[in-house]
Ligand binder design. Sequence first.
Ligand SMILES: Cc1cc2nc3c(=O)[nH]c(=O)nc-3n(C[C@H](O)[C@H](O)[C@H](O)COP(=O)(O)OP(=O)(O)OC[C@H]3O[C@@H](n4cnc5c(N)ncnc54)[C@H](O)[C@@H]3O)c2cc1C
Ligand code: FES
Length: 279
Amino acid sequence: MAARIIRKEVLIPGQTTKLVLDAPHVAAKAKPGNFVILRVHGKGERVPLTIADADPQQGTITLVYLVLGKSTWLLNQLEEGQELNDLCGPLGRPTHIEPGPEPVVCVGGGTGIAAMHHIAKGFSRAGHEVISVIGARAKDLLLFENELRTFSHDVMVATNDGSHGIKGFVTDALRDYLDAHKDVAEVVAVGPVPMMEAVANLTRPYGVKTTVSLNSIMIDGIGMCGACRVNVGGKIQFACVDGPEFDGHQVDFVELRERLSAYKPHELKSYQECGCSHG
Ligand SMILES: Cc1cc2nc3c(=O)[nH]c(=O)nc-3n(C[C@H](O)[C@H](O)[C@H](O)COP(=O)(O)OP(=O)(O)OC[C@H]3O[C@@H](n4cnc5c(N)ncnc54)[C@H](O)[C@@H]3O)c2cc1C
Ligand code: FES
C-alpha cells in the first residue's frame, strides 16, 4: 500500500531524518516494538524500519532513519507530499508489556533511541516508572531527549565526548542506576549490536531481565526467506516473526555480528554505483 509523507524533519543534517507518514491502516494496529518494511520505488530494496511512534486518531506513523546506503539515501530524496511505493506492516511481535508500577530502564543508542521511544512510551502508559538511558557520540547526535522527558521518571544521558550528560557509554549510566536501585523489573535495549551486547553482559550478573531488539538483515519480513535467522539460547529463531525482541542473555551476538557483516562489500558496491552521497 502506498503511503504519503506528511512531514519530513531533518534531525541530524546529512545523517538522520524523521518522517511522519499518512498510513491509517498501519497506525490503527501499530504497537511498541513493531516495524514496517517499505520500498521507495517498484524495483527497490525492502527496507525494515521500526515504528518510532503511532497516532491512530490522526492515522499517522513516525519513522526515524539513518542514511546508511543506497535505499535509505533514495528514501531521503523524497519530500513532503510524495509517496512511498509501498509500506507493509505492522510487522514483528510487539513488546511484551505487563501492567505495573515497577521501574523499567529503557536504553537507546544512536538511531535506536527513536525505536526505544515507542517502547518506553508503552511501558509508561502501562503504569511503569520509566527510566530512559540514552547515548550518542556527542550532544548534537542525541535524538528524542525532550520527547522522552515528557513521560520518563528520569532521563540519563551519556556522550562519548562528555558534551552532554556523563562522559562515557550508556552502560556506565546503566551501571550507576542498577547499583543504586534493586527493584528494576526489566532493561530494554535498542541500538547498535555491540551496544546491546554490552548491555546484556552488564545486566547478567545483576539477574535483571534484559530484552534487546535485533536489527538482523531482513528481506521478506514474514518468516519465509530465512535471512533474519538468529541463534537464541541454542535455538534458531527468525527475528521478523519470532522477534525482533529477544532475551538479551540468550542471544548469540558473535554469530549475529558475523551475519550482519557478510553483505558489507556488496552494500558498499551498490552504494558507490548509485552515485549516492551523504550531506
Ligand atoms: C527490525 C528492524 C528495524 C530497523 N529499524 C531501523 C530504524 O528505525 N531506523 C534505522 O535507521 N534503521 C533501522 N533498521 C536498519 C535499516 O533497515 C537499514 O539501515 C537499512 O535497510 C539500510 O539500507 P540501505 O540500502 O540504505 O543500506 P545498505 O547499504 O543496504 O546497508 C547498510 C547497513 O545496513 C544494514 N542493513 C542493510 N539492509 C538491511 C536489512 N534489510 N535489514 C537490516 N539491516 C540492514 C547492514 O548492517 C548494512 O551494513 C532496522 C532494521 C531492522 C531489521
Ligand atoms: S526476513 Fe525473511 S525470514 Fe525473516
